[in-house]
Unconditional design. Structure first.
Length: 195
């Protein structure tokens, strides 16, 4: 199997981001976005997806958390798209339900090349540790759009920390499943012959 890795940078007037990704890693992470809770979520994402992941972001946090969270989602999505290449042999589809104490998140993913995002939930609190709760939803949309995923996500609970953490862990587990190589499949998993 070829290396499924990527190194992506994004520099705008609002953020300066570097992401490295190894889909077939061991879950080693180094993350520094300037938002402690977001760092914790990205660390959980890498750990539970067994992705080796580094993320550094120098963003305009004096404004708010929006540009940092959105642009990291964009850049990480680009990294997944680059690392997956022509998607030959991947499992493609996956779904996971992941609990976090009283919360539980449901994730359904298709590495289809057709970006689509659906989310029909509300968070219990408006923010967690310097991150606006809504931005977790926006992160998922940004990642799905740039990685070319069809992504359906929902969450229920009583604590926004647990709700968001369940979403990140669920996404990690589902992407780990969907990106796995199926030895029986030589081509892209599509009747079209490509994704």
């Amino acid at each position: 199997m070829t290396d499924r890795t990527a190194a992506v940078t994004r520099e705008t007037a609002e953020t300066d981001i570097e992401v490295t990704l190894d889909i077939d890693g061991d879950g080693e992470t180094t993350v520094d976005t300037g938002i402690g809770f977001f760092d914790h979520m990205l660390d959980a994402f890498g750990t539970h997806g067994l992705f080796d992941l580094t993320v550094t972001c120098d963003g305009d946090l004096d404004v708010d958390d929006h540009h940092t969270v959105e642009d990291v989602g964009i850049t990480l999505g680009d990294a997944f798209a680059e690392a997956l290449g022509d998607k030959r042999g991947i499992s493609r589809f996956a779904d996971r339900t992941v609990p976090m104490d009283e919360a539980a998140a449901d994730i359904v993913v298709d590495i289809s090349g057709r970006p689509y995002f659906a989310f029909d939930s509300e968070f219990s609190q408006d923010s967690v540790g310097g991150m606006t709760s809504y931005m977790a939803r926006h992160f998922l949309r940004s990642l799905a759009t740039n990685a070319g995923l069809t992504l359906h996500a929902s969450v229920r609970g009583e604590n926004a920390h647990h709700e968001i953490e369940a979403l990140f862990k669920g996404l990690a587990r589902a992407l780990d499943d969907a990106t796995r190589i199926d030895e029986r499949r030589a081509d892209a998993p599509s009747t079209k012959g490509e994704l």
